[in-house]
Design a protein around this ligand. Sequence first.
Ligand SMILES: [Zn+2]
Length: 290
Amino acid sequence: MASGSSSSGNADPKRQRVLPVPKGVADVETFTPDSSIASDVIPSVNFGDRAGDRQPDMILLHYTGMPDVEGAIAQLCTAGTEVSAHYIVLEDGRIVQCVPESKRAWHAGVSAWAGEEDINSCSIGVEIVNRGHDWGYPDFPLRQIAAVIALCRGIMLRRNVVSHRVLGHSDVAPGRKKDPGEKFPWHSLANSGVGHWVQPAPIVRGDALQLGAISDAVSNMQAAFRRYGYNIPTNGKFDGPTMEVVTAFQRHFRPERVDGIADRSTMATLYALLESLPPDAATAIVAKAN
Ligand SMILES: [Zn+2]
């Protein structure tokens, strides 16, 4: 090439067009990205301090759920929306950081995991650009998933995040949220050491618990979900909140059929996950939940 200027990231007009900086953001103080693979910083005004100096030991994955990337970035960065995330991963694999990891971004909302309710204080939030269930829910492009994997691996190393604390928004807010959803390739992440995963047990005919059931078997089922970390009642009644947790579990761990019915495959997958937790993990979860 003649001048070399077109090889510079900042001078490439195509790149400038893809990454619109919302009005008002230019005045916010910028910062050095925590991740070496974050290519851009668009500082958000929506963040605070982590409660009690809590260090993040969880990664929470989301989809943006908006029709376009411009709207999503504006939503996560501008004043008045009350939402943000530490990172946004674009469809082309570019990673934008919006909030320093040391700060508390506002991505989880009302949520709970393993007995803890201030999920924003204990987690790092990653928004993955995808229109979501309300706008056609496209597949996640490979290069976007590769970027999510690389980003998460870095965070896990720097922050000592264990695999079973890499979760989806729907895991911690099953009654309100579907993201990142059943199309999100958790198995691919696990193949690269990100997230806890077992091969889902095959779907077979047989006993299943579903909405309306009341029995000791329901209590045992609920206790197993709670042991893994889900915030589920343990009242022996297969009620609405119980069905929401079963649905959230299926979206993440048994995506072939997401119907909220605790069938044999769902339960076998859950028990296999529980068995493959590190020995200290289950104890720690129970201790926190009590
Ligand atoms: Zn979300």
